[in-house]
Ligand binder design. Structure first.
Ligand SMILES: Cc1cc2nc3c(=O)[nH]c(=O)nc-3n(C[C@H](O)[C@H](O)[C@H](O)COP(=O)(O)O)c2cc1C
Ligand code: SF4
Length: 678
């Protein structure tokens, strides 16, 4: 038996958990019709197979119809969910993991124009900044109805074979009652702490009386809202003690902070560049004060930090939730002493930001997550060993090389630069985003393990590639910054990449014209403003930086607002002319009838990339498929069989930004889904 603290079993009431690592509740927005169907099952099961002790599924499954599924939540208020839950719990139990589900009523943290278009309810009329719904002030009959809804939903989950349910209190209806900031009720449910906690206690009592004792019940709650006038630390401690002393629950799952704004949410679930384990000591204080089973998750991205959390006795079970979205097989790798092979979570929060934009959660650098029905986490060996040449060692090229290497092919990668990374190297030049380099480092380590050869400082010509006598050539050369977008004066502008790379000296009075809406404009702004420049970011879009998304925007705003960067929306830069040492920027609008000027000394254009594709077009006539990819074969997971030129010497494919400017996830997904079938 291992003496690794993380691998010690834990007894939670009648349940023996096989180790100390859990996946905390999270809604990846995979439900279909509000049900956890095959895709949900496959996702959940992969983590159970990977060895996690307990997977807590369904963040925020809705118990009532007036808790509309704002991020495609599971609908726990429907009886038809029971067989779907049963299918999932049976499969997870079969793998030796425990499984719980999180239930909630979102209260004001949702929108009325979702689901059944019912008014949103809360214990006050105050709206939540993030979701914007003005709530109806909850009435006595709403309270009675929702308490019953919680008990009904818990009963369904027990019938579905769940080991227990967790109540999502923080930021949702339960804590909208507890927090003095959001509860303006009089009488039994408003006023004193006793009254503000009454709703939570009534819900717990109703559930416990329905599900009996042999069913785990826990609460995920904030023990310090970190907001003036909100639940502070001392009240949070008192709440923790009262929850324990109620005798109704079996563990506490501690959160610190508030989630009603993008900034608050980002402090609760920190992204890259923010400290690891920021609330672990706080969770430890709660455990010490209550001496009660305590769970916690908040940016514990690596095994060493998780091990410390358990070994130091700060918590009983440690959550590694996003870490398991990046690598579902963490525990197995710990057991097999292959920790160094764990694909690292880089805190990009692409996963979370997507669900708040109405999409499904995808991991920035593991495209198999959430696509378990079609994409492998473990790549199978190929039947025939082929010679594969990859051109470009950015994320797309490295993923293609990794996958091809893992399939047992002979792989060589040509890269013009002196090292791997492509655009990620530029991204990682912002100190806050340097965790992104792990996307590259992990792939390089995997490539080394699979014997992939690299030739850096090599500008691959057609002859270089042909000399390798390849069966397959994959072009992953990426793109170059595209600034040629003005009607006049393109020669006077520089690109955001020029600024980020340091190739161009920052100006003093700078206009950044951003119609790509991605990270590069904000990164350039930060470099410029930090160097002392006065910066304006202008976009023709309705809002700025639409591709950056909510939580990723937070650290930028924290920095750029302090640096007094100005944001101007709905204006289009049309042309630039030189006037002595200055540049005159002529500005119009898609809405018409406007003509303005800006006088600056530097104009930076951020307009994505254009493909670097010369080598592709040079090789195209020599290939068997003329570069064609069958979309049907790609999507259905078949080897590529297009032949347009039987005399060709090799198959030729193009992936990532060498095709068109997209993002890191798209580049890596292009590579995985092509290379897994070569
Ligand atoms: C896609 C996604 C959805 C989430 N949804 C929920 C949720 O519905 N309820 C909840 O309590 N936490 C939710 N979380 C938060 C996680 O449970 C966890 O607290 C958070 O990711 C921090 O832990 P980590 O750093 O180990 O990922 C979500 C997280 C992710 C990534
Ligand atoms: S998208 Fe980023 S934060 Fe989310 S799981 Fe992947 S690496 Fe981690």
């Amino acid at each position: 038996m291992s003496n690794d603290p993380l691998l010690q079993p834990y007894k939670l009431k009648h349940l023996t958990l096989r180790n100390r690592i859990i996946v905390t509740s999270h809604e990846p927005a995979y439900p279909e019709d509000g049900m956890p169907k095959e895709r949900y099952l496959a996702y959940t099961l992969e983590r159970a197979k990977g060895g996690v002790a307990m997977t807590m599924t369904a963040g925020s499954a809705a118990v009532s119809k007036d808790s509309p599924p704002v991020f495609n939540n599971l609908l726990a208020y429907k009886d038809e969910i029971v067989p779907w839950i049963k299918q999932m719990t049976d499969a997870v139990h079969e793998e030796g993991a425990a499984i719980m589900i999180q239930l909630t009523h979102l209260g004001r943290r949702t929108r009325w124009d979702k689901g059944d278009w019912l008014p949103v309810v809360a214990p006050s009329h105050h709206r939540e900044a993030s979701h914007r719904a003005f709530p109806k002030k909850i009435e006595d009959w709403d309270i009675e109805r929702i308490i019953k809804d919680f008990a009904d939903a818990a009963e369904r989950m027990k019938a579905g074979g769940m080991d227990g349910v967790e109540l999502e209190a923080y930021g949702h209806l339960l804590e909208q009652f507890t927090s003095p900031l959001t509860n303006e009720l009089d009488g039994p449910y408003g006023g004193s702490l006793d009254n503000r906690m009454r709703f939570c206690m009534d819900v717990l009592k109703a559930i416990r009386s329905r599900v009996g004792e042999d069913f785990i019940l826990g609460v995920r709650y904030t023990a310090d809202e970190c907001l003036p006038g909100g639940t502070g630390k001392s009240e949070g401690l008192e709440i923790s003690k009262r929850l324990k002393e109620s005798g109704l629950i079996d563990y506490l799952n501690v959160i610190r902070g508030h989630i009603d704004t993008d900034a608050g949410l980002t402090d609760v679930i920190p992204i890259q560049g923010m400290a690891n384990a920021p609330h672990l000591d706080f969770a430890g204080e709660i455990r010490a004060a209550t001496n009660f089973p305590t769970f916690h998750a908040a940016k514990i991205p690596d095994v060493a930090t998780a091990r410390h959390a358990i070994a130091s006795g700060k918590v009983d079970m440690i959550g590694m939730t996003r870490a398991h979205m990046t690598d579902p097989h963490i525990v197995r790798k710990i057991i097999e002493k292959r920790e160094d092979e764990i694909r690292p979570c880089v805190g990009a929060n692409y996963c979370l930001d997507r669900i708040y934009q109405g999409g499904a959660a995808y991991c920035i650098h593991n495209p198999a997550t959430g696509r378990e029905l079609t994409m492998p986490h473990l790549v199978a060996k190929a039947e025939t060993r082929k010679k594969i040449v990859v051109v470009g060692a950015g994320p797309a090229g490295l993923e293609a090389a990794r996958v091809a290497g893992e399939r047992g092919h002979e792989v060589v990668v040509f890269e013009a630069a002196s090292g791997p990374g492509g655009q990620i190297r530029l991204t990682a030049r912002s100190p806050r985003r340097k965790e992104m380099m792990s996307i590259i480092d992990w792939r390089m380590a995997q490539c080394e393990k699979h014997g992939v050869g690299f030739q850096f400082n090599t500008w691959a010509e057609a002859e270089t590639i042909e000399a390798e006598n390849p069966d397959v050539v994959i072009i992953a050369t990426g793109g170059v910054a595209h600034t040629d977008v003005l009607s006049k004066g393109n020669e006077f502008v520089v690109s955001s990449w020029d600024i980020i790379s340091g190739d161009v000296k920052p100006g003093t009075n700078v206009l950044i014209y951003d119609d790509a809406g991605d990270h590069a404009a904000l990164q350039a702004a930060e470099f410029l403003a930090s160097a002392g420049a006065k910066v304006e970011i202008m976009t023709p879009d309705r809002s700025f930086s639409p591709e950056v998304m909510a939580m990723n925007l937070v650290p930028y705003m924290r920095s750029l607002q302090k640096l007094d960067v100005l944001f101007t929306v709905t204006y289009r830069l049309e042309s630039v002319e030189k006037d002595g040492n200055q540049l005159i920027a002529h500005v119009g609008s898609d809405y018409g009838g406007v003509s303005k000027q800006r006088v600056v000394d530097q104009v930076v254009v951020n307009h994505g990339t254009i493909p670097l594709d010369d080598i592709y077009f040079e090789l195209k006539p020599k290939s068997t498929n003329h570069g064609e990819i069958s979309h049907d074969e790609l999507i259905t997971g078949q080897p590529q069989s297009v032949v347009r030129n039987a005399q060709g010497q090799f198959q030729l494919f193009r992936i990532g930004d060498a095709v068109s400017a997209r993002n890191t996830h798209a580049a890596i997904y292009d590579a995985l889904r092509l290379a897994k079938d070569i």
